[in-house]
Write a protein that binds this ligand. Sequence first.
Ligand SMILES: CC(C)(COP(=O)(O)OP(=O)(O)OC[C@H]1O[C@@H](n2cnc3c(N)ncnc32)[C@H](O)[C@@H]1OP(=O)(O)O)[C@@H](O)C(=O)NCCC(=O)NCCS
Length: 211
Amino acid sequence: MIRPATISDVPYMVRIINNYAERGLMIHRSPAELYERIRDYRIVQLDDGLVVGVGGLRVLWANWAEVYGLALAPEARGKGFGKQLVEALIDEARRLAVHNIFALTYERVFFEHCGFSLVDRRSLPMKVWSECIRCPKHDNCDEIAVVRQLDDVPDLGSPLQSTADAVAASGGTFGAASGGGGVENEDYENLPIPQVTPAVLRIDASVRSTT
Ligand SMILES: CC(C)(COP(=O)(O)OP(=O)(O)OC[C@H]1O[C@@H](n2cnc3c(N)ncnc32)[C@H](O)[C@@H]1OP(=O)(O)O)[C@@H](O)C(=O)NCCC(=O)NCCS
């Protein structure tokens, strides 16, 4: 079963991830960090209750989310659980309406089987590299970057940039009104209409049907 992680999964998550971190294959995760980011994670749990897999999705910007902290216990590898975890994380990205999903990895073939394609690491936005400072190999990174784009999720770009473009195109004063930075209240009417994906509508319908 693949399900959202809960606090009681954290000891398993620490053990599964840090088994690979100790060999330089993943970034080390502390219990404190996993508790704080628990909403990012999905878990593989076997019928007997044992937790054997973990994977996270973190949103970095309007258009970008990362599959990270993905690992199976050694005895659970090669049974399709990794791919199921990635699909669950992709579903979450779709629900959140994020268009580009990426991963930094040594597991190129696995991610290709999950619909990702190899890209030049330098094509990723700068914010992607915020975690690299924690990696012992950050000066000598040999991971590759893979990306999957969700064709059924609109590619919005940055909503704030879209707003600036829209206001500029209409002869407005976005730059002067906001000092070239954030969006002031008066700009709200120009914000793009939020995109609601079928995945969001499905969740909304199921919530309504239970109340
Ligand atoms: C990488 C990892 C998450 C993959 O999970 P998994 O459960 O072993 O992989 P799956 O069984 O779901 O494999 C899915 C597909 O990828 C293929 N595949 C997986 N790993 C592969 C490899 N190293 N070489 C070739 N093919 C591979 C499988 O054959 C399968 O093919 P299919 O789509 O035709 O069925 C897991 O092996 C792992 O925990 N590795 C160590 C930690 C790690 O490196 N994590 C990645 C950090 S980004």
